[in-house]
Design a protein around this ligand. Structure first.
Ligand code: NDP
Length: 273
């Protein structure tokens, strides 16, 4: 009790104390859809915590812009043009990522598209249905499969994280296609968590609430809609991409080594209210 050598509280010394397991030095993260929005928030945070990062997206200009910003962290950053709905392209991009950065420890299957374009389920055509499934669900499957093979082949360890949505668990009218992809994401992740636990490979889903990104631009610029959502968010603001940095760092870090199969709702309290 207060004996010789007892350390003064951090507040008195001004010293910074970092919790070691959150240090991501030497780790590599792959973030699909990492060139903006939620994916960029993930990529930026894990890079700041020490990880090298690969981002994939279809838009070369957005990739280059994000790569330049992320490179300011001093980490190695690779940006690849890859359509995650194209199985061959995913296999090629994954091989290129490993070639460039040596390994992948964390795979964030985050790329996704919204389901806009149908007034009602009654009129939802199968083209729209398949377009959304192709990117959001097939894309996650191709990406996770490539990452899981790599992690198991190299002797285990790693994390697979899917960006799902509240749409998976709350009724999302006129979005049955989108909701189905996000429900599928959660189920896929839970299955992988059990299958790969013995390899030390963990799997989780993140469920964002209302987040201000390009995907929701149409909604955030619609005053009526925006005004109706706001009072239902206890934290009284829409989320932002960088609100997803903390969970990404935790999941990629050693701090979460015994944690698998979870679903993280990050919505400012929306789903509770
Ligand atoms: P954005 O539209 O801001 O970003 C989407 C990202 O996905 C972009 O980087 C885009 O890059 C990439 N992408 C889209 N299609 C493909 C494709 N075929 N292949 C590779 N990359 C692709 O959206 P958010 O950041 O909002 O969304 C990220 C994830 O979060 C999505 O899965 C979305 O469903 C989910 N989500 C979002 C919510 C929100 O409120 N914003 C709520 C719940 C879930 P590019 O254009 O270069 O292809």
């Amino acid at each position: 009790m207060g004996g010789t050598g007892a350390r003064p509280p951090v507040a008195e010394t001004g010293a910074e104390m970092a919790y070691g397991p959150f240090d991501l030095s030497g780790k590599v993260a792959l973030v699909t859809g990492g060139n903006r929005g939620i994916g960029f928030g993930i990529a930026q945070a894990v890079a700041e915590a020490g990880a090298d990062v690969a981002i994939w997206g279809t838009n070369a200009a957005k990739n280059a812009e994000a790569q330049a910003t992320l490179a300011r962290t001093g980490r190695r950053v690779v940006a690849l043009q890859c359509d995650v709905g194209d199985e061959t392209a995913v296999e090629a991009a994954f091989a290129e990522t490993v070639k460039a950065l040596g390994r992948v420890d964390g795979c964030f299957a985050n790329a996704g598209i919204g389901g806009g374009g149908s007034k009602s389920f009654l009129e939802m055509n199968s083209d729209l249905w398949h377009r959304v499934l192709r990117v959001n669900l097939d894309g996650a499957f191709y990406t996770f499969r490539a990452a899981a093979r790599h992690m198991v082949e190299r002797g285990g360890d790693g994390v697979l994280v899917g960006t799902a949505s509240l749409a998976a668990i709350e009724g999302a009218p006129r979005s049955e296609h989108y909701a189905a992809t996000k429900g599928g994401m959660i189920s896929m992740v839970r299955a992988m968590a059990v299958e790969f636990a013995r390899h030390g490979v963990r799997a989780h889903a993140i469920l964002p609430g209302w987040i201000e990104t390009d995907m929701t631009h149409r909604l955030t610029t619609n005053e009526t809609f925006y005004g109706k959502v706001m009072p239902r968010i206890p934290m009284r603001r829409w989320g932002k991409g960088d609100d997803f940095g903390g969970i990404a760092v935790y999941l990629l870090s050693r701090a979460s080594r015994y944690h698998t199969g979870d679903t993280f709702v990050i919505d400012g309290g929306y789903s509770l209210f």
